[in-house]
Design a protein around this ligand. Structure first.
Ligand code: SF4
Ligand code: FES
Length: 235
């Protein structure tokens, strides 16, 4: 089938503002949008710029606004998109070129939540720190995050205030707050309790809609809010 891709382009060396360009390409219904973008780049206009790597929804590098919704270009099929498809960079981060945005503000927030296990105690002699199935289950959902930024860049609270830590960083914080092996619970809850922390979430649900890993982000945010109010994670 023949489709038209309407792509928001930006080259800071040539222009001050983004502009739209259209490309007609032949695709198969089961092609990914990423395949269609590759056709444009490889055969029509080599200057088209976007991040991609795995093409299988794992690396998280090709989040874009596709027909108005944040999605991964490699996880959406052409047959789901119609004959005219709009493609734009994710919102709320500075655009470097075409679909490539500056991810540094996003990763700075990720670093701020200390995304690593904190436990200075020696593990039991001769073995790892065991964890029960039930304890592991408490943060299973939030281990699925691939840091694609689709959630944070679809969030009106983040658009309104770029200092807000954003849903992705809260999801990552949840992963450690609810890990029974981690010893930095109160430090983590304090970070989340900051004025730019979890309370800026207004439960708009855009993040849940955007997440390509189907993580229940608002539930994770609710869990973190409850843990702050109760001063711990219970059971
Ligand atoms: S929570 Fe989902 S949308 Fe947000 S960064 Fe992780 S994988 Fe992407
Ligand atoms: S290219 Fe890796 S997630 Fe799409």
């Amino acid at each position: 089938m023949r489709v038209t891709l309407k792509i928001k382009r930006f080259n800071p060396e040539l222009e001050e503002k983004q502009h739209w360009e259209e490309y007609d390409v032949d695709v198969e219904p089961n092609d990914q949008l990423l395949d269609a973008l590759n056709k444009v780049k490889w055969y029509e206009d080599g200057t088209l710029t976007y991040r991609r790597s795995c093409a299988h929804g794992i690396c998280g590098s090709d989040a874009m606004v596709i027909n108005g919704r944040n999605r991964l270009a490699c996880k959406v099929l052409m047959k789901e998109l119609g004959k005219k498809v709009t493609v734009e960079p994710i919102r709320g981060l500075p655009v470097i070129k075409d679909m490539v945005v500056d991810m540094e503000p996003f990763f700075a927030k990720y670093r701020a939540i200390k995304p690593y296990l904190i436990n200075d105690n020696e593990p039991p002699a001769g073995r790892e720190r065991y964890q029960s199935v039930e304890d592991r289950e408490r943060f299973d959902d939030t281990t699925k995050c691939i840091l694609c930024a689709a959630c944070t860049t679809s969030c009106p609270s983040f658009w309104a205030n770029g200092q807000y830590v954003g849903p992705a960083a809260i999801v990552q914080a949840h992963r450690f707050i609810f890990d029974s092996r981690d010893m930095a619970l109160h430090e983590r809850l304090e970070i989340m309790n900051d004025t730019m922390g979890v309370w800026r979430c207004r439960t708009v649900f855009n993040c849940v809609e955007a997440c390509p890993r189907d993580i229940n982000i608002t539930k994770a945010i609710g869990d973190v809010k409850k843990a702050i109010l109760e001063g711990g994670v219970g059971g």
